[in-house]
Design a protein around this ligand. Sequence first.
Ligand SMILES: C[S@@+](CC[C@H](N)C(=O)[O-])C[C@H]1O[C@@H](n2cnc3c(N)ncnc32)[C@H](O)[C@@H]1O
Ligand code: SF4
Length: 340
Amino acid sequence: MDASDSTNQGLVERPTYLFLRVLEACNAGCEMCAFAFSTDPYRLPHSRLVQILQVARREGMRYIRFTGGEPLVHAEIIPMIATVSAECMLSSIITNGALLARKLPDLVSAGLRQAIVSIDGACAETHDRIRATPGLFERAVEGLTLAKERGLRTRVNTVCGPNNFRELPRLQDLLTDLHIDQWELSSLKLERRLDYTSRDIQEVDEVIRYVYTDAVSSNRLLPTGKVWCGNSSEERDRYFASGITPRPDTRCHVVHRVRYLDAKRDWLFPCSLLPHRPEAQRVAETMSAETGITLSPSHMRNMVDWYYVNGPDVCTGCSTTAAGYSNMLHNRQLEGDWAY
Ligand SMILES: C[S@@+](CC[C@H](N)C(=O)[O-])C[C@H]1O[C@@H](n2cnc3c(N)ncnc32)[C@H](O)[C@@H]1O
Ligand code: SF4
């Protein structure tokens, strides 16, 4: 690492997004997720959220994103969103959508700004199988439709792997018809390389052509950030050979804008992807001994500087959105609300 290169080219270094994992319990059984059907009893207490938000506000954070487990299972999620609104920050929620339609009126009254719903297939058969939850696809689409009608910003997160990539064109058509605002199309991450066959890899090219290359002229909803398996042939070769997902091209600017708090363990991360990586415990343990609810401790500064320079070479589980967002900041492109 060249020390002279560890600066941020004069960008405003200010975390603006705070991810909060408010529980681990979940009402779905997704085959790829560590929280599948978890009955873990931990819930972030509302009183603690109030403390966290006071610090977040002081730090200048603007966007609070609730995640889990399944955040809509949290009994206090509505008052917690109302508290975010009262603190003049904007809230969003990442949800499997099972309870979204039912809770939407209260979520809207509490001031929720963005609904992010995970959808992994273009039909109930695929999605409900991956998520081991009959009826989930229908409820997720219903929730998104109502969220749109009630004026929320809508986003779909899709986790893509060898078993569902062929459905991406049909899913894109559906999301375009539903007028979804944003689509994050990221790679499935497992603690092993994904088994794409050589035939799959040939078919991936056709899917990329439809979903990315032709989407602009056809006015379809374009996924955010990089192509899920990489923009360049080098990135794709590495992804298919080693499972390393696309990374920022130069420096990682995400660490300047994003913090992730695993509330149960009091672990704070300089990125929303690190909590899901094998190195998470190593990174977070360092934090947990000292941080309490302070969102910018001194060693976080060191961690940020280290990942800013080294992340693009070493991170094995970056997301397409993170990589694209980082490139966008690096190129000083204008950043709209909820760009991350
Ligand atoms: C852990 S979930 C929590 C929020 C909510 N329960 C949901 O499913 O949207 C957050 C996101 O992580 C994604 N995810 C879960 N397991 C994953 C994996 N192995 N690889 C990549 N993304 C994953 C989910 O699809 C979801 O979009
Ligand atoms: S719904 Fe979300 S938290 Fe629950 S098992 Fe699926 S991906 Fe994991």
